[in-house]
Design a protein around this ligand. Structure first.
Ligand SMILES: Nc1nc2c(ncn2[C@@H]2O[C@H](COP(=O)(O)OP(=O)(O)O)[C@@H](O)[C@H]2O)c(=O)[nH]1
Ligand SMILES: [Mg+2]
Ligand SMILES: [Zn+2]
Length: 295
């Protein structure tokens, strides 16, 4: 049988096999010897052990991975949804850019969900969408409390694993509950406080999306301290598709698009052809990479 690892806890892997259920599995010693550590998201072959009425098995093979991420630790991500609140809490868009960049490095398509649209006026919503229009990410203004919006998101979910990420309080659990009622995630201000501590050690887990074949959502705790992946600062511009039309048009060939005179990108941002938000994020992340200690 083949299935998908949805959770790993205390040496056991929980493998969801379509139409059969979730098997509690050991990974054979083979993996320790060969240095393969099964990950949440892995497609695996399992064989049932003991009685065929017991959902207990053993992983015999990890199928080839499409990709694997360290943070969040997951294999075979097919998409990522980044949730931000347009208000309450205010969006930290530098974090958004850093996350888009990490996903782009792995060629994982990103959807940006600007949530709590009920708290923002039309102009405010348009400003968010305009800023990311040419970022390469798909952008949607939604409310996780609106069933019309959540069913639209449901329809969009690709087969496979979708990573759900975003800071605290933006509506991730509300959305997850709408898409996967079995998840029964706690939501809201109070529950979040009472969970502190316990929450930080929580394991990453895939939640099955009902009614769609082999479709899962992965909740990713601990996203707030996220930053731009390590790279040469000069490589950063490759992650800003908005800049592409202006490449080669700056006064200096090796323009970083930050401080140089005669910079076509900087001029475009000042003139409004490139989003000032995105350009500002670029400059801040560029500085961060320049100042980062590298070994
Ligand atoms: N006004 C408004 N509040 C929302 C929306 N989505 C979630 N919330 C509220 O925002 C708070 C945080 O939501 P929660 O799902 O726990 O966020 P999480 O920390 O990202 O999991 C809760 O009080 C939710 O009821 C929305 O679309 N509009
Ligand atoms: Mg939550
Ligand atoms: Zn330039």
């Amino acid at each position: 049988m083949t299935g998908r690892i949805i959770k790993g806890v205390g040496g056991f892997y929980y493998v969801d096999v379509e139409d059969a259920g979730v098997f509690e599995c050991h990974a054979k010693g083979l993996f320790r010897e060969q240095g393969i550590k099964p990950l949440v998201g892995d497609k695996v072959c399992i064989e049932q052990v003991a009685d065929e009425n017991d959902l207990i098995g053993s992983i015999t093979e990890v199928l080839p991975r499409k990709n694997s991420l360290i943070r969040p630790e997951v294999a075979n991500a097919d998409g990522a949804m980044i949730v931000f609140a347009m208000r309450n809490p205010d969006a930290n868009l530098r974090l958004t850019d850093a996350f888009i960049i990490q996903m782009s490095m792995q060629e994982i398509p990103v959807t940006l969900l600007f949530n709590k649209k009920d708290l923002e006026d039309e102009d405010g919503i348009a400003a968010f969408l305009d800023a990311y229009e040419n970022s390469g990410a798909k952008c949607l203004a939604v409310s996780a409390q609106d069933t019309g919006d959540t069913s639209m998101i449901y329809d969009m979910l690709p087969e496979g694993v979708t990573i759900l990420a975003g800071p605290s309080g933006v509506g991730k659990s509300t959305l997850l509950n709408a898409l996967c009622p079995d998840a029964e995630m706690e939501t809201g201000e109070i529950s979040r406080k009472s969970r502190r501590g316990k929450h930080t050690t929580r394991h990453s887990e895939l939640f099955k999306v009902k009614g769609k074949k082999d479709t899962y959502i992965m909740d990713t705790p601990g996203f707030t301290s996220f930053s731009v992946p390590d790279m040469d600062a000069e490589s950063l511009k490759a992650f800003y598709p908005e800049f592409y039309p202006y490449e080669g048009k700056c006064k200096f060939a090796a323009c970083s698009h930050t401080h140089e005179p005669g910079c076509a990108v900087k001029d475009a941002a000042a003139g409004g052809s490139i989003s000032a938000v995105r350009y500002g994020n670029y400059c801040a992340l560029y500085e961060e990479l320049k100042n980062r200690k590298r070994y």
